[in-house]
Design a protein around this ligand. Structure first.
Ligand SMILES: [Zn+2]
Length: 312
């Protein structure tokens, strides 16, 4: 056995007709030693390119989202401020600088989630190696999120497929407050968020929230997830799932205090895949957060997610 086979086991087959990837080299941003790992996107991509099992998996490059895409969710006033790089009450709550380059990265991120949604007409599972910007509201920025790619892509999808049932499964360690707020009362979109309770953000009300105590580990987390998915199944038969596969419930994360192991996170991802297969749902997978002490742990977690959804 050579060393590489430890990382890239040989006996797995990937389903190139069922899984696809969306990625743009514009996703990376340079932030110095900021806690947001602005270069994780290219590292996930590199790991995937290095793994020959992915060689037949198609990789699609998004365009930038247009202003009319963004207007499906965001207000005119907010977009006027943001697109002109103005620091105002609407933009100032972001924890990232507001520059041309950072804005460009967000526009490609939103374009990526839109493209991933469109590609579900061909593939059951599509992983945008960016996106999951769930803290952005219609009229203001928050956290590390200037634009809400999830909400824009869902509105875009529903414009083309009116009446479809959409489920957001948000397993990032932070609550999907922006999505909960944007889709409140929307009969086509069911928001589910399982997140650490005593952590940013100020909570909004999702259709289904599971607030978690600190220090929860694999067994308890997965049990709660199983129960939640059974409950959700009784309420909605989703045509499409937007899965925010955040890497930040990991035990080595610097922002969260949930204690999932690598294997626990793999099991989490497997459960979402099985749930989708059972319900015949398409899945747009989004990277969302990840702030591990060891940067490559975050990258590895996202790469594992790709492996799980790519497998036959
Ligand atoms: Zn997060």
């Amino acid at each position: 056995m050579n060393l590489l086979s430890l990382f890239f086991p040989e006996n797995i087959v990937y389903a190139e007709d069922n899984f696809s990837i969306v990625y743009s080299s514009y996703y990376d941003i340079y932030l110095g030693d900021h806690i947001f790992p602005g270069n994780k996107f290219s590292k996930i991509y590199e790991l995937i390119c290095f793994d020959e099992h992915f060689s037949k998996i198609s990789i699609h490059e998004p365009e930038k989202a247009t202003r009319s895409n963004l207007e499906l969710v965001h207000t005119e006033e907010y977009l006027d401020d943001l697109l002109n790089l103005r620091i105002t009450d609407r933009t100032k709550n972001s924890e990232l600088p507001l520059t041309e380059r950072i804005l460009e990265s967000f526009l490609y991120g939103v374009g990526g989630t839109i493209l991933a949604s469109e590609l579900t007409s061909k593939y059951q599972f599509v992983f945008n190696l960016g996106g999951g910007l769930h803290h952005s509201f219609a009229d203001h920025a928050e956290g590390f999120c200037y634009l809400n790619d999830v909400a824009v892509a869902i509105k875009h999808y529903l414009k083309h497929y009116p009446g479809k049932q959409v489920l957001i499964v948000d397993l990032d360690v932070h609550q999907g407050n922006g999505n909960a707020n944007i889709f409140e009362g929307d009969p086509n979109v069911f928001t589910f968020s399982m997140h650490q309770d005593n952590l940013y953000p100020k909570k909004e009300t999702s259709n289904f929230d599971i607030p978690l105590e600190e220090h929860i580990t694999d067994t308890e987390y997965l049990k709660l997830l199983d129960h939640s998915l059974s409950d959700i199944e009784r309420k909605i038969k989703p045509d499409i799932i937007y899965y925010l596969a955040g890497a930040d419930p990991y035990e080595g994360d610097r922002l969260g205090n949930i204690k999932l192991s690598f294997n626990g996170i793999r099991d989490r991802d497997e459960r979402i895949k099985k749930f989708a297969q059972k319900n015949n749902s398409k899945v747009v997978i989004l990277a969302a957060g990840g702030y591990a002490k060891n940067f490559m742990d975050t990258v590895r977690i996202h790469y594992h997610t790709a492996q799980i959804f790519a497998r036959k």
